[in-house]
Design a protein around this ligand. Structure first.
Ligand SMILES: Cc1cc2nc3c(=O)[nH]c(=O)nc-3n(C[C@H](O)[C@H](O)[C@H](O)COP(=O)(O)O)c2cc1C
Length: 365
């Protein structure tokens, strides 16, 4: 019997389109094995790099909540609240490459039918850094990874040649892709930052340089909130904060807009949709905007009792997708992927009550 949840994305066969995004849920062999046992179709590992990593001397992630009565957003535990978003300033994996490699081998050997994508990150602007991209790519592919995701999107890197800082530079995007594609022959996904006005250009440069997919969105650059009573930030170290990243439901609409921008500019290219997926409704919205693969982070971390890998969440996502396909008579997500594209038009193309509106311009006589 065919599996209606199965999807081919960038040439890889996924048993279902749901993937844990690069983040704490995929930071260790133990968690990834548990994720696969729970049913996730793939994982993107926590980003692996070669440069020194030391996280802040305090909490790395907080979960913000809101409520109907006094609906302020806060991490403080209050009755009758619902999740709003995550905020984090966590750096990439502090587990060295040498330790990751045997773990990746074991994971792939244990779950050969699940897609193992390695997120990697190095710097830019020198031959040494291009060699670092090559070293990382070669090593993870030799360890059995099915694809690579290039992290050009981490919003809180001090180094100006890394993460979101480089995603605005098309030359760097091209040179990193040239380096990586010169040494490996697996699909390359490029994770871009949503925080740029030139996103479609960056995506275009990446596709042209050999990217099989754009993964979008990483967290949105943002600050934590200050508590009016204590006059302290809700997360800080010695009274100080710095820009971090927001994820979870609160970024859903913005993430969809970014995915739509790329999807409409490059309708034939692949997109892995990320940002605020908490259940089937959000996943559906990414698919209709053109995403062929769905990544989840905050919602899996928020799930209590699952060790932060979204055990119940993946069951729900799979059941809800299967129900939906059956109810609507669709053979797979491909039958409705991208249907929202043509319904997104210029503001002036939306009907007005009168006939005469000319997009804010005077009509010429
Ligand atoms: C604590 C935390 C750590 C993260 N670390 C990484 C990372 O190492 N590499 C990466 O590409 N994205 C990282 N992300 C971003 C997520 O992969 C994802 O893009 C983002 O959280 C949006 O998805 P969500 O709304 O489902 O959380 C991290 C997110 C969180 C919350």
């Amino acid at each position: 019997m065919t599996n209606p949840l199965a999807t081919n994305f960038t040439g890889l066969e996924f048993v279902n389109p749901f993937v844990l995004a690069s983040a704490p849920p995929t930071e260790s062999k133990r968690k990834i094995l548990k994720a696969f046992e729970s049913g996730w179709g793939g994982v993107v590992t926590k980003t692996i790099g070669l440069h020194p990593v030391e996280n802040v001397a305090g909490p790395k992630t907080i979960f913000q909540r809101t409520s109907e009565e006094k609906p302020y957003v806060s991490r403080s535990k209050r009755p009758d609240t619902v999740p709003h978003s995550s905020w984090n300033w966590e750096l990439i994996s502090d587990q060295p490459l040498e330790q990751w490699l045997p773990d990746l081998e074991e994971i792939k050997a244990t779950y050969p039918d699940r897609m193992l994508i390695a997120s990697i990150m190095a710097g830019a602007g020198s031959i040494e850094e291009m060699n670092n991209w090559k070293k990382l790519a070669t090593a993870v592919v030799n360890a059995g990874c099915d694809a690579i995701e290039l992290n050009m999107s981490c919003p809180h890197m001090d180094r100006k040649d890394m993460g979101a800082h480089i995603a605005n530079d098309e030359d760097i995007i091209r040179s990193v892709l040239a380096a990586v594609t010169s040494v490996v022959d697996v699909p390359i996904w490029v994770k871009l930052t949503p925080s740029t006005s030139t996103l479609a250009d960056a995506a275009g440069a990446a596709y042209e340089a050999g990217a099989s997919a754009i993964s979008l969105c990483n967290t949105f650059p943002s600050l934590p909130l200050m508590d009016p009573e204590t006059m302290k930030f809700e997360v800080e170290v010695d009274g100080y904060v710095t820009s971090g990243g927001q994820g979870g439901l609160a970024i859903l609409n913005q993430a969809l807009q970014r995915v739509s921008d790329i999807s409409r500019a490059y309708p034939d290219k692949a997109i892995s949709g990320i940002g605020g997926i908490k259940g089937w409704h959000e996943a559906f919205n990414f698919i209709v905007q053109g995403a062929g693969n769905l990544q989840v982070c905050t919602a899996a971390m928020e799930e209590k009792g699952s060790g932060g890998v979204g055990v119940k969440l993946i069951q729900e996502l799979k059941t809800d997708l299967a129900d939906y396909l059956e109810r609507k008579g669709f053979a797979s997500i491909e039958e409705f992927r991208g249907i929202a594209r043509e319904r997104i038009v210029e503001h002036s193309q939306i009907r007005r009550k009168s006939e005469g509106y000319n997009g804010g311009y005077e009509k010429s006589a």
